[in-house]
Write a protein that binds this ligand. Structure first.
Ligand SMILES: *Cc1c(COP(=O)(O)O)cnc(C)c1O
Length: 404
C-alpha cells in the first residue's frame, strides 16, 4: 500500500487526517481516564494505514497498540515503534519466536500457551502474555470452566521463567446495543476471572475488556485499559448516534475525480445489466472507482458529493467505475472535478451512509478500501529522522507523557 504526502494531484485517494486521529484519541482519554487507551491498528488501521495512525495515536497519548496478528505487530516493530503492543489471534503456524524477540505481547486463549512456552525456551527469553477469557462472545478466549486450569498451566510456566502473565482480557459482544443485559453478565464474568487469576497469585499489569462502544457507554468496563478501534477513526458504532454526537471526527475522506461527463437521452440504460434507465434527458458523471478499489458492488443507492451537493449512484458498480445521475440536462462538470464518496462534515455522505446502502457496517466500508487506492495524510509529524540528535527518543515520547 502506498502512502504519500498530500499533494494536489490524485486520481483516487483515501485522505487521512492524522489530526482527527489525535483528537479522537484525546477524546477517548478524556472519557476513559484513568484507564489507558490501546489504539487498535489491525487490518492496516481499518484501512487508514497502520504506521502513520499508530504514530499519531501514540503522540496523542495512547499508551498501547493492539493488532490481531503477530505479523501485523512485527511490521510496527520493524518500523521502530516500541510502544507496548499486543497481538491476539494465532494459529500454530504463527511466529511466536519472532513475537518474543520483538517484545510483542501475546494473547492466549488456551492451546497457544505451550507453543509460546516452547518458543520462549528456544529464544531464552520470557514471553509476555495476556490470558483471554471468553465471557460470552463465543469466539476466541478460554471457556470459564477451563479458566482455573489455564491459570495453573500459565503459572507453572511463569515459575519456570518462560513467561510472564501481564494481563487478563476479554471482548464484548453487544456493547453497541447498550440496553442489552448480556454486557452486565460479561462484566460480572470478567470480574470473576480477574479475581481468580489474582487469587492464584498472578500480578496483573492490565485488565482490559472494552472496545469502542463499551468504552463510550460502560465506565464499569474500563478497568485499566480500553481497546479502541472504530472510534479512533472517528466513526460511531451506534445505529442512532452520529460521530459528531460522540465528539469524534471521521479521519478518512475517500475521493476521486470526474472521469467523464455526458448528456444522455431519456431511457438511456446505465452500466452492466442495464438495470437503471434514465427518466428524462439528463447528465451522467463517470466515477473512476469500483469494487476493485473496495467500493461495495452492492451499494447502488449510495450518494456522492460534488461541490457540496449530493448525487445518486445509479446502475451497477463495476470493477473500476460507476455512474452518478445529475438528474438534469443542464448540469455538468468538467473532467477532473473532485468527487467525494465519503468524509467528515455535512457536505458529503459519511462511511455509515455507504454502509447502510450496502447492508453492512461502517467498520467494513473503511477497512475494505483496497490497496489500489493511494493513502495520503494531513497533519503528519516530521519524520523521526528529522529530530535533532541527542533529543531523539526523549523528545519523541515527551508529547505523549505531557499531553493533557
Ligand atoms: C477489533 C477489536 C477491538 C476494537 O474494536 P472496536 O469496536 O473497533 O473498538 C478490540 N478488541 C479486540 C479483541 C478486537 O478484535
Amino acid at each position: 500500500m502506498s502512502s504519500t504526502a498530500t499533494s494536489g494531484k490524485f486520481d483516487r485517494q483515501a485522505l487521512i487526517s492524522l489530526d482527527a486521529i489525535r483528537d479522537n484519541v484525546r477524546q477517548f482519554r478524556k472519557v476513559t481516564e484513568p484507564a489507558r487507551v490501546m489504539a487498535v491498528v489491525k487490518a492496516d488501521a481499518y484501512g487508514h494505514g497502520a504506521l502513520p495512525v499508530a504514530r499519531a495515536a501514540l503522540e496523542a497519548g495512547a499508551s498501547w497498540l493492539g493488532v490481531a496478528h503477530i505479523s501485523e505487530a512485527l511490521v510496527l516493530r520493524d518500523a521502530g515503534i516500541d510502544a507496548p503492543l499486543l497481538a491476539w489471534l494465532h494459529t500454530p503456524d504463527s511466529d511466536f519466536a519472532a513475537a518474543i524477540r520483538a517484545g510483542v505481547d501475546i494473547g492466549i486463549s488456551g492451546w497457544e500457551l505451550e507453543h509460546v512456552a516452547a518458543a520462549a525456551h528456544e529464544q531464552e527469553r520470557p514471553a509476555r502474555i495476556h490470558l483471554k477469557i471468553d465471557t460470552g462472545l463465543g469466539r476466541n478466549g478460554c471457556p470459564p470452566d477451563e479458566w482455573e486450569a489455564l491459570i495453573g498451566r500459565a503459572q507453572a510456566f511463569q515459575d519456570e521463567g518462560l513467561l510472564r502473565v501481564v494481563g487478563v482480557f476479554s471482548h464484548l459482544a453487544v456493547a453497541d446495543e447498550p440496553q442489552r443485559p448480556e454486557t452486565d453478565e460479561q462484566i460480572d464474568r470478567f470480574r470473576a476471572a480477574v479475581a481468580a487469576a489474582e487469587d492464584a497469585g498472578l500480578h496483573l499489569e492490565v485488565r482490559h475488556l472494552a472496545n469502542t462502544p463499551g468504552a463510550l457507554t460502560r465506565p464499569d468496563a474500563h478497568f485499566d485499559l480500553v481497546r479502541i478501534g472504530l472510534g479512533l477513526y472517528g466513526l460511531s458504532p451506534f445505529e442512532n448516534q452520529r460521530a459528531e454526537d460522540l465528539k469524534l471526527t471521521p479521519a478518512m475522506t475517500l475521493r476521486t475525480r470526474v472521469a467523464n461527463c455526458k448528456k444522455v437521452p431519456v431511457d438511456q440504460g446505465v452500466s452492466y445489466g442495464l438495470h437503471y434507465r434514465t427518466q428524462e434527458p439528463t447528465t451522467l458523471v463517470l466515477v473512476p472507482m469500483g469494487y476493485a478499489d473496495g467500493v461495495p458492488r452492492i451499494a447502488s443507492g449510495a450518494q456522492v458529493a460534488i461541490r457540496g451537493r449530493r448525487y445518486d449512484v445509479v446502475g451497477r458498480i463495476a470493477m473500476d467505475q460507476f455512474v452518478v445521475d445529475l438528474k438534469s440536462a443542464d448540469a455538468g462538470f468538467e473532467p477532473g472535478e473532485e468527487i467525494i464518496l465519503f468524509g467528515p462534515g455535512d457536505d458529503a455522505p459519511d462511511a455509515t451512509d455507504w454502509a447502510v446502502a450496502s447492508g453492512t457496517i461502517n467498520y467494513e466500508i473503511v477497512t475494505r478500501i483496497s490497496g489500489r487506492v493511494p493513502r495520503a495524510y494531513t497533519g503528519q509529524s516530521p519524520e523521526p529522522a528529522a529530530v535533532p540528535e541527542g533529543a531523539g527518543p526523549a523528545a519523541q515520547t515527551a508529547p505523549s507523557v505531557a499531553a493533557p
